[in-house]
Design a protein around this ligand. Structure first.
Ligand code: SAM
Length: 211
């Protein structure tokens, strides 16, 4: 499914700051050589993540779902000078490619890339988060929220991707992932510890601020 009519997408992209050469390289290589390139955040969402990160100036970022490193590089752009970004992916086949991308982007010293199941790794990280990006297994979103919420700084932000789930969220569809995403959106909506906005950019971003 196209998220936006092509002409509007082109117009929005042509009126948005361009991607860096490294991000263009990551995107191109991912589309040529990696399965499911649609998972990559892409130009508009990448610039939004970078913009949020610049606004927050986070000292600690957690990303759940690295894929080929595109969104991690975008968020690293806004890190505080002493800041660190942790990113986790379970797919070890991507590891060499991701490390190369971080090297090319010049972020290796700020980024800790962990390969393994985020459900097991997140509880082992002894950090307080300013920005968390949840973009991995859809059945795990609610658990990821539970795992990070008590370690969010006040005015820290959690962003969850794909919350419109290609539009299925409002259709008469009841498969496991769609139901999981509905449950996640309801859970966030009813949690008094956060205020939230569902931003209908691309496949939908749930943006939450820890009160
Ligand atoms: C949508 S992609 C991430 C896209 C990336 N954030 C970006 O915007 O370019 C989702 C990734 O989550 C990873 N993933 C799925 N289940 C996971 C788990 N349990 N722990 C860690 N990573 C997982 C997949 O291997 C995949 O690379």
């Amino acid at each position: 499914m196209e998220f936006l009519p092509e002409k509007l997408q082109d117009y929005a992209e042509s009126h948005t700051t361009d991607e860096s050469d490294v991000l263009k390289y990551i995107s191109r290589e991912t589309h040529l050589k990696v399965l499911s390139p649609r998972m990559l955040s892409g130009h508009l969402q990448g610039r939004l993540l970078s913009m949020f990160s610049h606004m927050i100036k986070p000292k600690r970022i957690l990303e759940i779902g690295t894929y080929t490193g595109y969104s991690a590089v975008c968020m690293a752009e806004g890190l505080d000078t002493e800041g660190k970004l942790y990113t986790i992916d379970v797919n070890e086949e991507l590891e060499a490619r991701v490390r190369k991308h971080f090297e090319m982007a010049g972020v290796t010293d700020k980024v800790t890339f962990l390969v393994g199941d985020a459900h097991a790794i997140v509880p082992s990280l002894n950090e307080q988060w300013d920005l968390v990006f949840i973009d991995a297994d859809k059945l795990g979103y609610s658990q990821y929220f539970d795992l990070v919420i008590d370690n969010m700084n006040t005015d820290g932000y959690i962003i969850a991707d794909n919350v419109l789930w290609s539009g299925k969220i409002v259709e008469d569809v009841s498969d496991k992932k769609t139901e999981a995403m509905r449950n996640f959106n309801e859970k966030v909506m009813n949690d008094p510890r956060v205020e939230n906005i569902l931003l209908p950019l691309r496949d939908g971003l749930m943006v939450m601020r820890k009160k």
